[in-house]
Structure formats: C-alpha cells, structure tokens
Design a binder for this molecule. Structure first.
Ligand code: UDP
Length: 162
C-alpha cells in the first residue's frame, strides 16, 4: 500500500539504548521508555540481563585503555541492564540529544542525564553514537546466538524472588 511507495529506508534507522544498572535500580525504566515513545520512535527490541564482562569489553572497545575502564566494568555489572532497540527517522542523532552529554553535570535540563543524573560514573543510560556504532552494538547485544545471564536466572542478579 501507501507506505511501501512513499517511505524511505531512512525511517528504518535503529539505535541501541540501554538503561544502566543505576537507572534500573532507581525505577527509571518506564520514564525513559516513555520519552522515546512520546517522541514517536518505535520499540523493536527489549531485554533485561546482567551483562557479561566480555560483552561489555566488546561494547566499550574504544574505552579499554582508559584509566576509568575498570570502574565502568564494575558499574555496568553491578545489576541488570535493560537493553532496547529503537527505530525511526534520525533516531541515532535524536537519541543522543534526548540522552544528553556524557557528564550529567554538563547535560541540559530536559535530557535523561540532565534530569536524572548526577555523576559521570552513574549516568543512567547508554545511546549509540553513530549509525555504524548502532549496527555493531545491536548485533552484539541482540545476537540470538549469544548466551546470556538473563532475568530468569534471578540468583545471578543478586535479587530474590518474593
Ligand atoms: N565514563 C566514566 N568516566 C568518564 C567517561 C566515561 O565513567 O570520565 C563512562 C560513562 O558511563 C560513559 C561511558 O563510560 O557513559 C562511555 O563513555 P563515552 O565517552 O563513550 O560516553 P557516552 O557515549 O556514553 O556518552
């Protein structure tokens, strides 16, 4: 029908957004999802897991030589993360604007980090920084062939089912 002839592949752009362990612990998942839904983006994937260190090392390849990298690993494995794939026109750039600067102290009010973050080492969310980066990260986190420690394995998350 109509959409087949009139839309372009631009609207199929995808990005990887993750609510980091502090965001999950602080019950911010719903508010973050709502921001992307309100903006008109389409949720096309979501999972909750405790991220394995080797996956995080791949994810943060460019940070491996930084002095703060061990702290990043420690932070990112401190609890479950909620990893999402969002789709829509210009979603990579728009998401970076919605998420705000890496350091919450410099992030504008109205951005996720500007509204919810305090310190760079606990900055609530991740957003891919380029279309190519997004493709790489989506492949990494949403690869069905990969084995994960998932939410079902509650003992490994350090939370007890009540
Ligand atoms: N980070 C940190 N200290 C720093 C810089 C970065 O703890 O001085 C962490 C922070 O969680 C950040 C992540 O490392 O989100 C990745 O850094 P990057 O420069 O890629 O920023 P981002 O793309 O997440 O805004």
């Amino acid at each position: 029908g109509f959409s087949y002839y009139c839309t372009t592949s631009e609207v199929r752009e995808r990005t990887l957004i993750a609510v980091k362990p502090d965001g999950v612990q602080r019950r911010l998942v719903g508010q973050i999802v709502q921001r992307f839904e309100k903006r008109g983006f389409k949720l096309v994937g979501l999972k909750m897991l405790k991220a394995p260190e080797d996956l995080l090392s791949q994810h943060y390849l460019n940070l491996q030589k930084k002095a703060f990298f061990p702290q990043v690993l420690c932070y990112m494995t401190s609890g479950p993360v909620v990893v999402m794939v969002w789709e829509g026109y210009n979603v990579v750039r728009s998401s970076r604007v919605m998420v705000g600067k890496t350091n919450p102290a410099e992030a504008d009010p109205g951005t996720v980090r500007g509204d919810f973050g305090i310190h760079v080492s606990r900055n609530v969310v991740h957003a891919s920084d380029s279309v190519e980066g997004a493709q790489r990260e989506i492949q990494l986190w949403h690869n069905p062939g990969r084995t994960y420690t998932t939410f079902e394995d509650q003992s490994s998350l350090g939370i007890s089912a009540r």
